[in-house]
Design a binder for this molecule. Structure first.
Ligand SMILES: Cc1cc2nc3c(=O)[nH]c(=O)nc-3n(C[C@H](O)[C@H](O)[C@H](O)COP(=O)(O)OP(=O)(O)OC[C@H]3O[C@@H](n4cnc5c(N)ncnc54)[C@H](O)[C@@H]3O)c2cc1C
Length: 407
C-alpha cells in the first residue's frame, strides 16, 4: 500500500479503536485518521451499566487506549467532531465544522444509539437513556438510597440498570411490554430465573405492560401504561433497544436495511468502504445468514477482521456470536442466535444457581444460554464452531462430561 494513502475511520468507539490498532499491527504506514464525536478516548461500554453505574469504577477504567498511545501509533484523532456527509464520488467525509477529510479507504464504525420512546410527557419528566459515559454518570448521580426508579424495558440493559440501582439502595420497578424478560435473546426458563432473581432483591417486575405516557408528579414522574395502570417514580430509565447509526451510509446510497450491509469480509457495496461493529448487518458464514449484533465481541473482532481486509490480508469474519450480562452477582452468557427457544435441553439445576439451556436445530446446537456456567459455554463454542452433532441425552446429563462430545 502506498504511504501517501489515507485510511479514515468514522466512529471512535470500540470497533474504530480496534481497527486503528490492527491496521498499524498489519504494517499499514500511511495516514490514519480517527473521527469521533465523543471527547473521551475510545472506550468499552459494558462497564457503564455495571461497575461504573454501581459506583465501583470510574470511566477511565473503560478506556481502550490513551491519547498518548494513539499519538505513538501516529493516528490523527479528530475528537468531538461529527461526520455529517459521505461523498463517495469525491472520496471525502464532510465534518460538521465545514471541513473535509479525504480518504482512499474508509471504515464506518458509527455504532448505534438508544431507541427513543418519545412518549407523551417524556420531555418534561426525569427520563434517562444509557449509551455513553455522560449518560452513565448522570444516571449514577440519581441512584441514591430510597429513590424510586422506573425501568422501561426488561432487556439486558434495563435489567443491568435495575440491578445497579438495587445495589445503590433504590426501589425499582421494571416495566416490560412482552410477556417475559430479555425475550429477544434468551429462552423462557432463563427469563423466569432472572425474574425471580430480581424479585428476590425487591424489584417489582411487570410484564405485558405497554408504556403509554409520562405524567408529571410532585416527586418526579408517573408512568402510565395502556391498560391504565401506573407507577410513580423519582426518575425513569428507558432501555428499549438501539438503532444503528447508518444514516451517513444510507444518504450516500449504501445498502442499509436493519443496519449497514457488509459481507463476511466487512465490505460494503462500495469497494473503498468497509464497516464494523453495531452499525452493521453482516453475513455470518458459520450460520449461513445475515445478523445484526450489538455485542462487545462483534465490535472487537469484526473490526479486527475489517482492518485486516482493508490492509490486504483477506479473511472472513466468521465466529459463533457470543455476549454476556452480569446482574445481581449472576453471570449470564449467550452463544449463537437460535431461531427458536423451543424444546431446549437443560443441563444443571436452576436451584443450584448454575445451569445451561441448549437450543438445538436438528442434532446441532444453535444457541446456548448459561447461568454461572462459563465452562459449558467454552465447550459449546467449540462444538458449534466445528458443527458437531450432539446427543440431547449427553447434553442434559451432568454425570457425563460435556467435552466428551468433542471427540
Ligand atoms: C451500557 C451498555 C452496556 C453494554 N454491555 C454489554 C455487555 O455486557 N456485553 C456485550 O457483549 N455487549 C455489551 N454492550 C454492547 C457493546 O458495548 C457494543 O456492542 C459496542 O460498544 C459496539 O461498539 P461500536 O464501536 O460498534 O459502537 P459504539 O461503541 O457505539 O461506538 C461508535 C462511536 O461512533 C460515534 N459516532 C457515531 N456517528 C458518528 C459520526 N457521524 N461522526 C463521528 N462519530 C460518530 C459514536 O458517538 C460512538 O462514539 C453494552 C452496551 C452498552 C451501551
Amino acid at each position: 500500500m502506498a504511504a501517501a494513502e489515507a485510511i479514515v475511520i468514522v466512529g471512535a468507539g470500540q470497533a474504530g479503536c480496534w481497527a486503528t490498532q490492527t491496521l498499524r499491527k498489519q504494517g499499514y504506514g500511511g495516514r490514519l485518521v480517527l473521527i469521533g464525536n465523543e471527547l473521551h478516548p475510545p472506550y468499552e461500554r459494558p462497564p457503564l451499566s455495571k461497575q461504573v453505574l454501581r459506583g465501583e469504577a470510574e470511566p477511565p477504567s473503560a478506556w481502550l487506549t490513551t491519547p498518548d498511545e494513539l499519538a505513538e501509533l501516529k493516528v490523527e484523532v479528530l475528537a468531538g467532531r461529527t461526520a455529517i456527509a459521505l461523498d463517495r464520488a469525491g472520496r471525502r467525509i464532510e465534518l460538521q465544522d465545514g471541513t473535509y477529510v479525504d480518504y482512499d479507504r474508509l471504515l464506518l464504525a458509527t455504532g448505534a444509539r438508544p431507541r427513543q420512546l418519545n412518549l407523551t410527557g417524556e420531555r418534561d419528566a426525569p427520563v434517562f437513556y444509557l449509551r455513553d459515559i455522560a449518560h452513565s454518570l448522570a444516571l449514577r448521580e440519581q441512584l441514591a438510597a430510597n429513590r424510586r426508579l422506573i425501568v422501561v424495558g426488561g432487556g439486558l440493559i434495563g435489567l443491568e440498570v435495575a440491578a445497579a440501582a438495587v445495589a445503590r439502595g433504590c426501589a425499582v420497578t421494571v416495566i416490560e411490554a412482552t410477556n417475559r424478560l430479555m425475550a429477544r435473546v434468551v429462552g423462557p426458563e432463563i427469563s423466569a430465573y432472572f425474574a425471580q432473581l430480581h424479585r428476590a432483591r425487591g424489584t417489582e417486575i411487570l410484564t405485558g405492560k405497554i408504556p403509554e405516557r409520562f405524567e408529571a408528579s410532585t416527586s418526579g414522574c408517573r408512568m402510565v401504561c395502556r391498560d391504565g395502570s401506573g407507577r410513580d417514580g423519582d426518575l425513569a430509565v428507558v432501555g428499549v433497544g438501539v438503532i444503528p447509526n447508518a444514516e451517513l451510509a444510507a444518504a450516500a446510497g449504501l445498502k442499509v436495511e436493519n443496519g449497514l450491509w457488509v459481507d463476511e469480509f466487512c465490505r460494503t457495496d462500495d469497494p473503498h468502504i468497509w464497516a464494523a461493529g453495531d452499525v452493521t448487518s453482516h453475513f455470518n458464514p458459520l450460520l449461513g445468514r445475515r445478523l445484526r449484533l450489538e455485542t462487545w465481541q462483534n465490535a472487537q473482532n469484526q473490526a479486527i477482521a475489517a482492518a485486516r481486509n482493508m490492509a490486504g490480508d483477506p479473511q472472513p469474519y466468521s465466529e459463533v456470536p457470543w455476549g454476556w450480562s452480569d446482574q445481581l452477582g449472576v453471570n449470564l452468557q449467550l452463544l449463537g442466535v437460535p431461531k427458536s427457544f423451543e424444546q431446549p435441553v437443560m443441563r444443571g439445576d436452576p436451584a443450584n444457581g448454575s445451569f445451561t439451556m441448549f437450543y438445538l436445530e436438528g442434532d446441532r446446537i444453535a444457541g446456548v444460554n448459561a447461568v454461572n456456567a462459563p465452562k459449558d459455554i467454552a465447550v459449546a463454542r467449540r462444538l458449534m464452531a466445528a458443527d458437531k452433532s450432539v446427543d440431547r441425552k449427553v447434553l442434559g446429563d451432568t454425570s457425563v462430561a460435556l467435552r466428551s462430545l468433542l471427540s
